[in-house]
Ligand binder design. Structure first.
Ligand SMILES: Nc1ncnc2c1ncn2[C@@H]1O[C@H](COP(=O)(O)OP(=O)(O)OP(=O)(O)O)[C@@H](O)[C@H]1O
Length: 612
């Protein structure tokens, strides 16, 4: 079930929303000219609306009081023109921001995607995919929405309220102070709202991520869900998560309703008080009717800017949370293109092949007291040699193979390719030297050819044909469009064995110097496996290869076999030698099921070849 939050979710209440929003500035900087112009246009439009009450004052105290119809028509025309100008300017603002903000969102999304690609496997092991997906979609859309509307209007409405207050005080300072009195309780209420809302906003956005993970897993795992009749329990899990999200959204709505009520009601009270006081003063002759009309019109014109503050603060909080979530990924340390750490020196001069030199590895998220998966691995695979790697399930074979192409970083020790430490090598060079086929053959929503050619930069039709031949993937020619057939999401339209053969073709297409195969033939029938092996032997002649094997038929592909046990290589030799000399190896190859402790102990004593 997908209920994990992003691992680094901070306490929302402890962070500053302003600081989070300011971190978005680098993405906004390229379009700052347009955004600034749009904000200026919006301020102008908003200030025009404040001119209308002043025209009304002139109208009431002048032409209306004097009974001058021409003056009244002139005043009405001025009000109409001001209204039209305001509408046109707001339209212009929207036109100014639409295009640049779409490009800001695209560049942020591009940066996030690129970062996710460059982050180490350890990061992806920790993070639920739905949490990343929701950051790349809903969070970024929210940020664009904030740039388009609330960001500008926080500024525009702030300026409008400030200038409006000055105009109110200029009309009549006593009435002005009556109207401004609620500012203090409003600021206190807004700050209380902000603290509470930020916590709930963070919770809601994380819950969207959890929900996304669940939907994604259910869709990808639809065969398991249906096969085991788990749709009801999956639906219940979904309902529970959706229910939690609903409660959180309701909590948000309650907080919004509360602040909205306060922000609407308190100024209304102040306007009412000003109306009563102002009317009394007009009756006393202490205030002109035109000034009272202007004052009240100004107060009403400021209603929307004031009322919108609650709503704008809420979106700003949502956006600050979205920005935090975005930067949680962006702040993660990328894989280095290469490692300049001390100790990343080249190995013994002139030594070729693949060498594991006292390799120690512990998963970063493993409990502190757990022993390392690889305690001390020493193994040398000679140039052009094929070494099979055999070990009990969970002994660390996949982990060891992943270290060759630096999918994980070593805890200690070295991995050397033709004498060169992989940590001192440019990743690009490393990728061109080493090709990998994993136990789980992952394919992408692309054509067969695109999936295979992914394995080598610049490979063409001839290489594709050869790779498909080696992998015994003749079935490709029977597909509706041959190698141009789309394989569907994750290649699920193909059988497991077909996917494995395409993954193998992808590994061999570039004729790599080093080939790492993690049990690449497990889904094939014995006849197809024999054919693939015969073809692979041709390929492996010039390639130094490490092949994880579970079955004797795969082991026979290799020149020698290494046995991984207890985090170490405990024996190396030919298949026949190990069958004779290692009890554990013989047991593993026989497929017998029994306790392993004593067998492993016995095996350790059989032969611990000088593998260095
Ligand atoms: N991402 C991870 N985080 C923590 N522990 C892990 C992780 N991946 C694997 N492990 C642990 O490391 C150990 C070795 O796993 P690995 O997949 O390398 O074994 P294996 O020999 O390839 O097994 P199999 O033959 O079943 O494929 C296991 O105990 C496993 O639980």
């Amino acid at each position: 079930m997908a209920t994990s939050h992003s691992p680094t979710a901070p306490q929302a209440a402890k962070r500053s929303a302003v600081r989070s929003l300011l971190r978005l500035w680098p993405y906004l900087r390229p379009v700052r000219g347009r955004i600034g112009t749009a904000a200026g246009v919006a301020v102008a439009a908003s200030l025009l609306s404040l001119l209308i009450p002043l025209v009304l004052k002139w109208l009431v105290d002048g032409p209306v009081a004097d009974g001058d119809p021409d003056g009244v028509w002139l005043g009405a025309l001025a009000v109409l023109l001001l209204g039209i100008a305001e509408a046109v300017l707001f339209g212009l603002r929207r036109w100014l921001v639409a295009r640049p903000l779409a490009s800001v969102e695209a560049s942020m999304r591009g940066a996030l995607y690129a970062r996710m690609q460059r982050l180490p496997i350890a990061f992806h092991d920790r993070w639920a995919s739905g949490q990343l997906l929701s950051r790349a979609t809903t969070d970024l859309s929210l940020i664009r929405l904030f740039f388009a509307f609330p960001m500008t209007f926080l500024f525009v409405n702030g300026v409008t309220i400030l200038i409006g207050c000055v105009l109110l005080l200029m009309q009549d300072w006593v009435l002005g102070l009556v109207l401004l009195a609620p500012a203090i309780p409003l600021v206190v209420a807004s700050s209380m709202f902000e603290t509470r809302y930020s916590t709930v906003a963070r919770r809601a956005q994380d819950q969207v991520g959890d929900l996304t993970t669940l939907v994604e897993e259910s869709v990808l795992g639809i065969r398991v869900v249906k096969g085991f009749g788990r749709h009801r329990s999956q639906a219940e899990t979904f309902r529970a998560l959706a229910g939690r999200l609903r409660s959180t959204e309701l909590r948000k709505a309650k907080l919004l309703a509360w602040i909205w009520t306060v922000i609407t009601f308190v100024p209304e009270l102040a306007i009412g008080a000003a109306l009563v006081l102002g009317s009394l003063r007009v009756a006393d002759g202490g205030l002109s009717a035109g000034t009272l009309v202007a004052f009240l019109s100004l107060a009403l014109a400021l209603r929307w800017p004031v009322e919108s503050i609650g709503f704008l603060l809420a979106i700003s909080q949502d956006t600050a949370t979205a920005a935090d979530r975005f930067f949680e990924v962006m702040d993660e340390a990328e894989e280095d293109a290469q490692d300049t750490a001390a100790g990343a020196a080249a190995g013994p001069e002139g030594e070729g092949g693949l060498r594991f030199d006292n390799v120690v590895f512990r998963y970063p998220d493993a409990p502190a007291d757990a022993p390392p998966v690889l305690a001390s691995v020493d193994l040398h695979i000679r140039p052009g040699e094929t070494m099979a790697l055999v070990g009990a399930t969970g002994s660390g074979k996949t982990t060891l193979t992943a270290l060759v192409s630096r999918l994980h970083e070593l805890s200690a020790g070295r991995v050397l390719l033709d004498g060169e430490d992989v940590t001192a090598m440019e990743r690009e060079k490393l990728r061109s030297l080493v090709a990998v086929a994993f136990e789980e053959p992952t394919l992408f929503s692309a054509t067969v050819a695109e999936n295979v050619l992914m394995g080598a930069e610049g490979a063409g039709e001839a290489e594709l044909r050869r790779a498909l031949e080696v992998a015994q993937a003749g079935f490709v020619h029977d597909l509706p469009q041959g190698a141009a057939t789309e394989v569907g999401e994750q290649g699920l339209s193909l059988s497991g064995g077909q996917r494995q053969r395409l993954a193998l073709a992808r590994a061999v297409v570039g004729q790599p110097a080093f080939l790492v195969l993690d049990d690449p033939l497990s889904a094939l029938d014995v006849h197809t496996e024999a054919l693939v092996e015969a073809a692979l032997r041709e390929v492996l002649r010039d390639t130094t290869a490490l092949v994880v094997a579970h079955r004797p038929s795969t082991v026979l592909l290799a020149d020698r076999v290494a046995l991984l046990s207890g985090g170490r290589i405990t024996a190396v030799g030919t298949h026949q030698e190990l069958l004779r000399e290692s009890v554990e190896y013989a047991w593993l190859m026989s497929g017998a099921e029994s306790g392993t402790a004593e067998v492993a102990g016995a095996a350790g004593g059989v032969r611990t070849e000088g593998v260095r």
